[in-house]
Design a protein. Sequence first.
Length: 269
Amino acid sequence: RWWESSPGAWTGVLGGRVWTLRQERDRLWYTVYGEEEDGPPKPDGAETDQILRDYFQLDVGLPALYRAWRAADPLFRKVADDFPGVRVLRQDPVECLFSFICTSNNHISRITAMIERLCRAFGRRLCRLDARPFHAFPSLSALAGADAEARLRALGFGYRAKFVSGSAQAIAEGLGPEGLRRLRTVPYAEARRVLCALPGVGAKVADCVCLMALDKAEAVPVDTHVWRIARQRYGVALGGRSLTPRAHQEIGDFFRGLWGPRAGWAQAV
């Protein structure tokens, strides 16, 4: 949900606020915009610093991780210099989950457009910048509404509409949004199992959410591209002839054994 609003500056929604971020060397400059209507007060400097540190996981020391991954993996050494400073974002679990449900058989530009339509139709309007409206990501209750599936189909979500509304209803009637967030404190295997029980959530989507929202740095999302890389670049014959749940587990275990407890971060590079 970030777009390059001017050269080197990125504007998007984080924590129910609209931000513009720009990096200069080792400094991150930011602007936080107020809401058009009455809303919570703008966070102060200390709070904004903490929001950004949490979102970019700035307390994770990348240089030591890169050194460890270089030492463990000759292929990582070949690409590391081209992709310095890659971090995994710590996203809101509700936004992360429903965004990834939209990725099924999809591509980036279409996913981006779908999530924008989702936010405009179901999310609270925050402000308008340069004639562009910005909305908060929808609440769980909004996505679980009785007419949500029909509205999503009208917005072009196709079969994903049933998964979005069905998962929202399942969470609203079960875990609740706080229960989803509390998955950050349970073991990776348990969080993955809970997510895979939701409509439209398979092993890859569950691993993406575990990695990018639930503090499971060991999660390695596996799709056909990762499977092919494991076979062709690393020479490991895993998973048989199809990408089964067993194959997901075996390939993930292989990379966890190679890269260690933050294997999901290494895969991002």
